[in-house]
Design a binder for this molecule. Structure first.
Ligand code: ARG
Length: 613
């Protein structure tokens, strides 16, 4: 354990609600400001604590006087300035208009920051299985269960841009919850049930090829699906033209029959489907591995218990929530401007909503979650509103616990090979483009141990960062050339910053890597650039909390770019090589701590931080 040198030891402070001095040193400085203001005004500092924000200068804290005091802010400001006592936390105070701004004691702040990140980093290294050891994490939600339903592609249909977004965003949401102490279950709710699987089954009898199925099940099943859909359309046209007279002989009617048999538990109908499902999952797992995403449970629409769906239908009927239309049963949500929604089709089979209603019950039985999030495209907003309203009207314990996180559309996603996009193709293409770029610098390229793997990681970083940069609800245009660029705020830049931070140690073998913050002299770190960096490191825990609170990964991405730019502009002024020993050691220590925090942020974003490129 590190010892804190006497000159950096900080006096005790009252513990305010929401404060965590151990994990977030900047809060001590905020608390110290609250105490001083409280004394000057005769106010409870606990109340003021929440109002002490970070300032704009890169080393200061600010409080908006009108938030707490009516009347002339000038008078209230003056009181604080007059009573102010400089000390180990705060060096000075200024009063400007409606604001009070405090300058932190820079040396103590620097020490507290570097010491905390370093010590927590060592703890995190020693307990890699724990997600709440590193700087930026919290244990506030410990003991609570969070289930996230994300990615959830449909077997036999391509894994489209929406699924890619759900996978990427969902993975970050899970990581953020873990960083706050939640016990997280990652659930893949496969679209593996419905009339289309009857259609697929017929299609496979007509066009299936065992070898192709084994080699690439997702692609082959999709081919089959496309062909049988063409048959389906052709049949429909023929039927309308009177060329087919028996409605039972159409592809559509046959597909419905097969699906009905599946729902009735017919082993023959199920055997085929079950094989498709297993093979698809096997293939999906490989792709998820490439994306750094793992699931605890490959569940799916087919796994929802028939009795849970029946139960939902029964409760809806008992509570008088339903109406009938041409043999179908619907929940009537018009009163809430949510239209009417089918929960049982005319032929007695279930539908997406029925399965989500039954599924809510099953998932709750399986996990007894405190919170459940489902990540899908914004197009499904109405569906989830209907689901939540129905659960509420049914009086279910899950009502109010299921949260729909939605996102905008990706435009222009196509690869050189065609307009139907398979995730594998996107990742392969990103990798190839990256590999080409890397080759253009021969000397560096020669030093990379496994260029293929490095290109793969940076490629997937590029795709992910492109997806996570804007607010999730916004649409964006997929652009493989742009997002793999080394110039500008794209994924490769973040990896590059991490690589540079790793390389300072490598490139300066003569500078000692110090173990404790007390081994360095923070007084040599008195440079505006450094204060700004430390300050942005200090904001990191709030950035994580905000991303978590709003399920908004872009907040973390913005921070990564900010810190990357700051570090990028520090290399010139804050050099390790050529600096005097004391300075060199302190600077190297600083870079190590920046690397730790950037590394953590990248992992939250489900990236693999690389060390050389
Ligand atoms: N499979 C669905 C789709 O591709 C997404 C499922 C989301 N989860 C849920 N519980 N409905 O659109």
């Amino acid at each position: 354990m590190a010892t804190i040198p006497e000159k950096h030891q900080l006096p005790e402070l009252p513990v305010f609600p929401g404060s965590d001095y151990e994990r977030e040193p900047i809060q001590r400085f905020r608390a110290a400001a609250a105490v001083q203001i409280g004394e000057a005004w005769g106010e409870d500092p606990a109340k003021l604590f929440a109002g002490v924000d970070t300032g704009k200068r890169g080393y200061d804290l600010a409080l908006a006087i009108p938030r707490f005091k009516k009347g002339k802010p000038d008078e209230w400001g003056k009181k604080v300035v007059e009573a102010f006592k400089p000390g180990p936390y705060l060096a000075s105070v200024q009063h400007e208009g409606a604001f009070l701004t405090f300058e932190m004691n820079k040396q103590n702040f620097a020490f507290a920051m570097l010491n905390t990140i370093n010590e927590m980093g060592k703890r995190a290294d020693a307990h890699p299985e724990s997600k709440t050891e590193a700087y930026g994490t919290s244990t506030a939600e410990k003991g609570k269960k969070f289930v996230c339903d994300f990615s959830s592609p449909n077997i036999a249909k391509p894994f489209h841009a929406g699924h890619l977004r759900s996978t990427i965003i969902g993975a970050v949401i899970c990581n953020l919850h873990e960083a706050m102490g939640w016990d997280v279950v990652r659930l893949n709710y496969l679209g593996d049930w419905g009339t289309q699987y009857g259609l697929l089954s017929i299609g496979f009898d007509r066009y299936g090829d065992e070898e192709k199925l084994a080699a690439d099940p997702i692609r082959h099943l999709f081919e089959v699906y496309v062909k049988v859909n063409q048959d389906n359309d052709a049949d429909k046209a023929k039927f309308n033209a009177g060329e087919i007279t028996d409605p039972e002989s159409t592809t559509h009617a046959q597909a419905k029959k097969v699906f009905k048999a599946m729902e009735d538990g017919d082993p023959k109908a199920l055997a085929q489907w079950s094989r498709f499902r297993d093979l698809s999952i096997k293939k999906l797992k490989e792709t998820y591995k490439d994306l750094n995403v793992e699931f605890d449970n490959f569940w799916g629409e087919s796994k929802v218990k028939p009795e849970s769906m029946q139960r939902a239908i029964d409760i809806c009927q008992e509570k008088g929530l339903t109406c009938e239309d041409r043999g179908a049963l619907l929940v009537d949500l018009k009163k809430w401007k949510m239209d009417r929604a089918i929960i049982r089709k005319a032929d007695g089979t279930t539908i997406y909503l029925t399965r989500d209603l039954g599924g809510a019950h099953d998932k709750y039985e399986m996990y007894n979650f405190d919170k459940h999030t489902i990540v899908t495209a914004a197009a499904q907003q109405l569906h989830f509103k209907q689901m939540n309203k129905t659960l509420e009207l049914m009086g279910e314990p899950t009502a109010g616990k299921i949260n729909h996180v939605s996102f905008g559309t990706v435009h222009g996603m196509s690869t050189r090979k065609g307009t139907v996009v398979f995730l594998d193709d996107i990742l392969t293409e990103a990798k190839e483009v990256m590999h080409q770029t890397m080759r253009s610098n021969e000397a560096k390229y020669a030093q990379i141990e496994d260029p293929e793997e490095t290109a793969r990681i940076i490629g997937s970083t590029a795709v992910k960062i492109q997806d996570l940069t804007g607010k999730r609800i916004n649409d964006y245009t997929f652009d493989i050339k742009r997002c793999t660029s080394f110039e500008g705020d794209f994924g490769p830049f973040i990896q590059y910053s991490h690589v540079r931070l790793c390389s300072v140690e490598r490139k300066n073998p003569n500078v000692a890597v110090r173990e404790f913050a007390s081994d360095i002299d923070v007084s040599v770190l008195d440079q505006p650039k450094i204060h700004e960096i430390l300050y942005n490191l200090a904001l990191y825990p709030d950035v994580v909390k905000s991303a978590y609170k709003f399920d908004e990964p872009s907040t973390i991405v913005t921070w990564c770019f900010k810190i990357s730019h700051l570090v990028g502009s520090a290399w010139e002024n804050v050099k390790v090589s050529g600096a005097e020993q004391k300075e060199a050691e302190a600077r190297l220590f600083l870079y190590t701590q920046i690397r730790r925090v950037l590394n953590h942020a990248m992992r939250l974003l489900s990236l693999t931080p690389i060390e050389r490129m």
